[in-house]
Design a protein around this ligand. Sequence first.
Ligand code: FAD
Ligand code: NAP
Length: 529
Amino acid sequence: MTETKFDALIVGAGFAGLYMLHKLRGMGMSARVLETGSGVGGTWYWNRYPGARCDIGSLEYSYQFSAELQQEWHWSERYAPQPEILDYANHVADRFDLRRDIQFNTRVLSATFNDATNDWTLETSTGDRLTATHCIMATGCLSSANTPDFDGMDSFNGTTYHTGKWPHEGVDFSGLRVGIIGTGSSAIQSIPIIAEQATHLTVFQRTANYAVPAHNGPMDPDIERAIKADYAGFRARNAANRTGTSTVVNMQSALTVSEDDRDQIYEERWEVGGLQFRGAFSDLIFDLDANETAADFVRAKIRASVKDPATAELLSPTNTFGCKRLCVDTDYYATYNRDNVSLVDVSETPVDAITPEGVTVGGERYALDAIVLATGFDAMTGALAKIDIRGAGGTPLTDKWAAGPRTYLGLATAGFPNLFTITGPGSPSVLSNMIPSIEHHVEWIADCVGYMRDNNHATIDPTLESEDAWVEHVNEIANTTLYPTCNSWYLGANVPGKPRVFMPYIGVPPYVEKCAKVANNGYEGFSFS
Ligand code: FAD
Ligand code: NAP
């Protein structure tokens, strides 16, 4: 490839980057995608740990921009496993002939706005210098692995894995003593499978998490047929829900129904499985007393499932239900009934160090052959912070965001003209079904770029006033809920030193409405040059 000047450069070849490329090409624009990995798929390219799968039903965790694609693709399970989602991403790349404009094995190191020429220059790990009018960050919300800085990390004689950077050839834990640090979604999916292989599995838990059963299984042909008969209607109904998913919230309060009725509603949702449980009552994420009823219900389920009372107690979460991302499991709690699984509490006494032999906690040594770090991600801002992004006047994005990310609509940030973020902080992103949210952003950005072309605008930049007002609004909404009350990655609390700011926007329908209003009013809140 010799061309170095494009209409747009897109960083990342996950679902966001793939669709962005397709969309811009359809408008006759020149674009190139730059991707660190050697293939497409983003999350599903990197997270190949055992048990990895989506926890939003596959029939909705998929693109809708092509009616043919969504009709023709068949998901084999209710929640597709990682290899199938990766196959799907590859299928999309081939079907829409995307690969010829994707440069793999290429990490973007810096992105600099040129004040004189009103364009962006990107420098890459392969030594390329590429220029474009628009720079679109499709770098992912959960793509920058969080690896705690444990003492002695490099001294371990065995092998250390991170769930978010799993070896492509897979890992066979047979005959090994394995330790896993973390009990978030990635750990909860992988623990039951690793436990089946390992001689012994030691789980190091800092915070117990709530998990509801997936009840995964082969795709029900009747459900698939019914949804495909009216896919557009299915999508539209989901888009009208707060999370943009098929979870319909029961508008009753958990506190106004009788205890028996409440338990029955929880039980019904538990039987359906997955994230539907979150919608059992309308006030679960707003009212602590209502929330406590859901927490009690899950804790009772844990006690019923885990035979050893001390282990059950340790596994029972004490924080607000749903405040950290709800996990969806297959046999997670029952796994603790196995003789070869033990749970170590690292909440009060943290991991002291990694040693050549294993892990030490409070002076106690746990001899291990392999360590799995299921320690999550520097979410929402991590991948952006790793790129040296400089806006107008050379201002580094990391300086501007030193006290937390500031955006207008999660799409752009003042002082960084022509820079867009797909599912950036300040948009529903991780509190929604992410593929429709990605599609919404891609289409909004494409429309905006088209508007600029049609109106001869060289740059677009949000005004500071509109950005400040949006940041305030995001916080205002968050503060009406219980979300900011625990140490979640939504707040940046999982990464030492990261500013604690609630990053996603709560509520898909009002957000989509606001974005449409902004565009329809000539991109109000933005300035053009
Ligand atoms: P990503 O898929 O993260 O892709 C970003 C890409 O950018 C990566 O390939 C990365 O290598 C590349 N990149 C980043 N920085 C650079 C750079 N400097 N230079 C070059 N390339 C770069 N969401 C749901 O809605 N439902 C689910 O069930 C669900 N399950 C998930 C399960 C796991 C294990 C994880 C980790 C996340 C899950 N998510 C889920 C969230 C998921 O991240 C999104 O659904 C979606 O896949 C994000 O797509 P994306 O293209 O925005 O980002
Ligand atoms: P996560 O939810 O952030 O969980 C990380 C775990 O590591 C937490 O239990 C955390 O404890 C622990 N941890 C971090 N640092 C630690 C330390 N220094 N010592 C001990 N423990 C430490 O990360 P994740 O499980 O990878 O999931 C991230 C997100 O990706 C999810 O919330 C979800 O949005 C998405 N995801 C979805 C699925 C799915 O089911 N489809 C699967 C995987 C991931 P604390 O809680 O105390 O911080």
